[in-house]
Design a protein around this ligand. Structure first.
Ligand code: TRP
Length: 467
């Protein structure tokens, strides 16, 4: 017990409830909302995919978010330590903590490559700008970047250095301040772009595409992708929210805070779609354009806008910053685990983990190249993992593995752990007498005990063809 007390004193705490909400939402809002969600929505045919995603957010994501924050605050530890201190000695539950660390390691390794694209686009916006470029040329420019190994490696390493630098600065100073200032600016910028999108010709078609479910387009892979993305976008299933929860003050209402984070994250993802798809349809572009969607379609709009240089610079710079706050949350999980478990100092743990992740991300930075083993070459080696004849490159394989498999499995384990093993403590910590959400305790518990496992397992079993 004294161990817990000592470490909780050293951890530092968020200065207020909003400090926590903005920092956790800053960690949740990132490339997942603005780059990934629109592009997988486009690839999976729109409406039904968005509907599945919303259902998963509400029924599975939100209850797990509460569970993670709660575990973190109760245990005052990073994931591995949290599972250890809340379970019996020698219990295998601790493995779910390590699974989370592994998942965070994998996600950050390729996340940083996409953040690198955003950095390249920021730089390009400042130095050249899209003004006057033809749509065709803008499409080609992304293709060139995607395949250009040295540029990808360069920006990937720069972004990792930036992330490592912030983590070295320590939790309170680094993360909270950054997230506080930047989140609202990003949201404002998206709303301005939404204003432009609403007045474009493609808006009506975009509304239909995003919000009208076409159930003929449902596929098992699409439903799994929607489930996986609901974890990815809320930063669930690997202990990121456990780590954040460990910094939340005891007197704060964690259910309300979790709800706020979920709402903010979801609204931003939907707004991103409603910015991108009107442009897509107005210019007669393809909604299923893949990972290049945000990097091609927005610049096309910027190229035609008065003050396009300003807009594109601002937008991509904000995207880099949104990615940075998310990357921070990923690296913080890995680093804080190493500090707690191996008694390392923060600088040593940060340099070691950050360096290893940067290294592991190199193949992802090479994945767009046709000639690279990690690009086309890897497709032959990964085909057995997918039901298609060709596999995916290294980058896509690891994205798929982490977000569609590791996160849902990690989330499932957390749900089971909290609802079956520590439900009494959970009630005490999150839903005690007099708290605003006390009445919801049973709903929450039943959801975690039955709805989440049945939901996650049936999506997974369906995908692998067992049901
Ligand atoms: N949620 C972030 C995004 O949408 C990515 C992210 C940050 C994440 N931390 C995470 C995903 C932890 C899974 C787990 O961009």
């Amino acid at each position: 017990m004294s161990d817990t007390e000592v470490s909780s004193e050293n951890r530092g705490q968020w200065s207020s409830r909003w400090g926590f909400i903005l920092a956790a939402a800053g960690g949740a809002v990132g490339l997942g909302n603005i780059w990934k969600f629109p592009y997988i929505t486009g690839e999976n045919g729109g409406g039904y995919f968005v509907l599945m995603y919303l259902i998963f957010i509400l029924l599975i994501g939100l209850p797990i978010m509460v569970a993670e924050v709660l575990v973190g605050r109760t245990a005052q530890k990073s994931p591995v330590g949290a599972f250890r201190s809340l379970s019996k000695k020698g219990s295998p539950w601790i493995l779910s903590g390590w699974l989370g660390v592994l998942t965070g390691f994998i996600i950050l390794s390729y996340y940083s490559v996409v953040a690198g694209w955003a950095m390249h686009y920021t730089w390009f916006s400042i130095t050249q700008g899209f003004t006057g470029m033809e749509a065709d040329a803008i499409g080609k420019a992304f293709g060139t970047l995607y395949a250009d190994t040295s540029t990808n490696v360069f920006w990937h390493l720069i972004f990792m250095l930036l992330t490592i630098g912030v983590i070295l600065g320590g939790i309170q100073r680094g993360v909270e301040r950054a997230a506080r200032i930047l989140m609202p600016v990003l949201l404002l910028m998206l709303l301005v772009l939404l204003g432009l999108a609403i007045s474009s010709d493609g808006f009506g078609r975009a509304l239909d595409f995003v919000f009208k479910p076409d159930f003929s387009k449902v596929t098992g892979a699409g439903v799994l992708e929607a489930l996986g993305h609901s974890f990815f976008t809320l930063s669930l299933g690997m202990g990121a929210m456990i780590t954040y929860g460990s910094y939340l003050k005891k007197k704060e209402d964690l259910v309300a805070a979790s709800g706020m984070i979920t709402i903010l994250d979801t609204v931003i993802a939907l707004v991103a779609c409603m910015v991108l798809f009107p442009i897509t349809f107005s210019f007669g572009l393809e909604p299923a354009a893949g990972p290049g969607l945000v990097f091609v379609n927005l610049p096309i709009a910027f190229s035609q806008l008065a003050g396009g240089v300003f807009w594109s610079t601002l937008f991509f710079a904000l995207l880099v910053l949104a990615a940075l706050t998310s990357a921070i949350s990923l690296l913080e999980v890995v680093v804080s685990t190493f500090i707690d478990e191996f008694k390392m100092s923060r600088p040593v743990a940060t340099l070691l983990c950050g360096g290893a992740i940067a290294l592991f991300g190199l193949p992802s930075a090479l994945s767009g190249s046709e000639d690279s083993f990690f690009g086309n070459g890897f497709k032959d080696h990964s085909a057995f993992l997918f039901d298609a004849e060709t596999g995916k490159n290294w980058f896509d394989t690891f994205d798929h593995l982490a977000s569609n498999w590791l996160l849902p499995i990690g989330g499932l384990l957390i749900a089971l752990f909290v609802s079956w093993r520590v439900s009494d403590r959970a009630r005490e910590e999150g839903f005690k007498n007099g708290s605003r959400f006390m009445r919801w305790y049973w709903h929450w518990l039943i959801t975690l005990r039955y709805v989440v496992p049945i939901g996650v397992l049936s999506v997974i079993l369906h995908k692998i063809g067992l049901i």
